[in-house]
Write a new protein. Structure first.
Length: 298
């Protein structure tokens, strides 16, 4: 993932911003007797990207990946609409507690930019994606960096059209969605009223979009490491924030780890999961990373 990549990450202040005032209010409405659900994964299972993660002789990369992680941020669906049979194959290869969190195809978000022509494509996308059945997690829409608040009406129409049986998270990348207080307030209200998650992207070169505003009881976080030793201290800070949110009532943690060079992503994930288990009392499988280079070599 190249979004927000910088040449000198050591110059970036990675301190997480303070929570938006509306976040605690959202979390305070949570059901008290429901356990917190935690899904952590990478963005892809491709053997070339996750070099040395797979044991020698691995014949089915997805099946092995799913034995090590409980979820995947399914970026492949951004590039094309797969046939229904492919979704069924993915379903059959993964254990019953596994979840897919697929990205909406770019023809909807980037090519058609949520215009009238996007909706037949969206219908086709949702029709095949539904084949993931109970293994379908939150679907997410990533909007183009230059898709700003002038497109407000398109966002409203998309949200009104969206079938409510599918959980949705939206990633806004244009800075004016957040640095204009009036626009941000309207946006947060729209998402909250429609039970849609506000995706948080933590990446080095785009600290301007770290809004820290949850709009439903879900923290959908796309974390982008910089292939730098600071990646680990950044994850430590995220664990502290997630513990705080859990104490305030957070029930759904969906955390996906990317890097500019993805081959080290399982290492970061293993570290993050280990610390989560230790400090939050979760019991997630810790992925095996014995064949991957030492993180101290960053």
């Amino acid at each position: 993932m190249k979004f927000g990549k910088v040449e000198q990450p050591e110059l970036i202040d990675f301190t997480l911003p303070k929570d938006h005032s509306g976040t605690n209010l959202v979390l305070s409405k949570s059901e008290k007797d429901v356990a917190t659900s935690i899904y952590v994964g990478c963005a892809k299972w491709n053997k070339q990207d996750l070099k040395n993660f797979y044991p020698r002789g691995t014949k089915d990369e997805l099946a092995y990946y799913a034995s090590q992680f409980n979820s995947i941020e399914l970026n492949a669906t951004f590039y094309r609409i797969f046939p229904a049979e492919q979704y069924q194959k993915w379903y059959d290869k993964t254990p019953e507690n596994f979840k897919f969190f697929p990205k909406i195809v770019q023809n909807v978000s980037h090519l058609r930019r949520l215009n009238d022509q996007a909706y037949p494509i969206l219908d086709e996308y949702l029709n095949v994606t539904s084949n993931l059945k109970d293994k379908l997690g939150t679907i997410f829409l990533q909007l183009h960096t230059n898709f700003g608040p002038k497109n407000w009406d398109r966002v409203v129409r998309f949200i009104e059209y969206w079938p409510k049986e599918f959980p949705l998270s939206i990633e806004f990348r244009h800075t004016d969605w957040f640095n204009d207080t009036a626009v941000a307030s309207e946006l947060y209200s729209l998402l909250e009223e429609n039970n849609i998650s506000n995706t948080i992207v933590d990446t080095a070169g785009r600290r301007d979009i770290m809004h820290m505003r949850l709009t439903k009881n879900e923290a959908f976080i796309r974390y982008v490491g910089a292939n730098h030793k600071s990646d680990y201290t950044r994850l430590d800070e995220w664990i502290l924030r997630l513990i705080k949110w859990k104490e305030q009532g957070l029930k759904n943690i969906h955390f996906f780890i990317h890097q500019n060079l993805e081959l080290e992503s399982p290492l970061l994930s293993a570290y993050f999961i280990t610390e989560l288990n230790k400090r939050m009392g979760s019991n997630l499988i810790i992925p095996k990373t014995i064949n991957i280079s030492n993180p101290k070599l960053f």
